[in-house]
Design a protein around this ligand. Structure first.
Ligand code: PLP
Length: 316
């Protein structure tokens, strides 16, 4: 283990057992054994950056947890993070808030499609993608990614034929893709969006894993400037929750550049009467985006190390 990874683990690793932690403390209840390796849920054993803990401590000491809202500094921190990490220029009025990315795509399926209409997902994929289509009474259109030379790929001709045959209205895209680990290139996203344009298909891009990029690789967002002609079709979902281990603080973003689509979203969520923001979620997110870069470098070095370790041991 190199020094950087050793330092990161020593500083941030913590035992979460006995802290109402779904991954470890529900092992017996969910899987019938108390001592399994918790690899089924995507949160981590690492404490958040110090600046995040500090701002939360300060608020606990303040002692009041009333209704809250995102301040201008919040937007600045979020927008800067997206500029620097993803090269994307987000406007504040494109941004809506949600307690989580899964809630957002459940809502969006209901807003953008009618009961019984086709919604495509690319499998294998994170199970709630299936749930969001089935639980809302839409028709699940399962495009199966092609495994070629140990890498999952899209056969664009086959995908387009399926979109036409099944009258797909919405595609829920996972980018980077869970579980295949694929980062989609600009060319791949371009081809996908061109197909969406030809057949009037909306694209939800779940970019929750955007900050986990192995050394030497590069994430391209569906909001990349070079894809701007497609923005009227695109909604991006992102969040600090995976990146900074903040899932329990229930704060995520729904990014809608197109004004009409934004209005449709606002009308669509009105009947659910969304509650106020997560106070602690906002504070933690802002602090993480302002001060968490170095922590994230250490984390990604650790993930790279683990990836290499797995390949050397399990796959050798
Ligand atoms: C692709 C993907 N989207 C969404 C989520 C969960 O997001 P949230 O906790 O914000 O609902 C996960 C969690 O593993 C995920 O892998």
């Amino acid at each position: 283990m190199n020094q950087r990874v050793a330092d990161f683990c020593q500083r941030y690793f913590t035992d979460r057992r006995g802290s109402n932690c779904k991954k470890w403390d529900l092992s017996q209840e969910l899987f019938g054994a108390p001592d399994l390796l918790g690899m089924w849920i995507a949160d981590m054993e690492f404490k958040v950056p110090e600046a995040v803990q500090k701002v939360l401590h300060e608020r606990v000491d303040h002692g009041v947890f009333g209704y809250s809202y995102p301040c201008p500094e919040y937007y600045q921190a979020y927008i800067k993070w997206q500029q620097e990490r993803a090269g994307v220029e987000i406007e504040p009025d494109w941004v809506r808030f949600s307690p989580g990315v899964v809630s957002s795509f459940y809502w969006l399926v209901q807003i953008l499609t009618q009961s019984g209409q086709g919604v495509m997902i690319m499998t294998p994929v994170y199970p709630p993608f299936h749930g969001a289509v089935k639980d809302t009474g839409r028709k699940l259109v399962d495009y199966q990614l092609q495994l070629r030379n140990n890498r999952y790929e899209i056969d664009f001709d086959a995908l387009e034929k399926q979109i036409v045959a099944e009258e797909v209205k919405l595609l829920i895209h996972c980018s980077p893709h869970n579980p295949t680990g694929r980062l989609w290139s600009l060319e791949e996203l371009e081809q996908l969006l061109a197909i969406c344009r030809r057949h009037q298909v909306y694209l939800i891009s779940d970019e929750i894993h955007q900050d986990f990029v192995a050394a030497g690789n590069h994430f391209v967002s569906a909001l990349d400037d070079r894809l701007s002609v497609y923005r009227d079709l695109v909604i991006v979902l992102n969040s600090p929750s995976k990146t900074f281990n903040l899932a329990g603080l229930l704060n995520s973003h729904v990014v809608i550049p197109d004004e009409k689509l934004g209005q449709a979203y606002d009308r669509g969520v009105a009947p659910y009467h969304q509650a106020s923001h997560s106070l602690m979620g906002l504070l933690a997110t802002q602090a993480a985006y302002e001060s968490g870069s170095q922590w994230l470098e250490g984390l990604n070095a650790t993930v790279d190390y683990n990836d290499d370790y797995l390949r050397r041991t399990l796959l050798a």
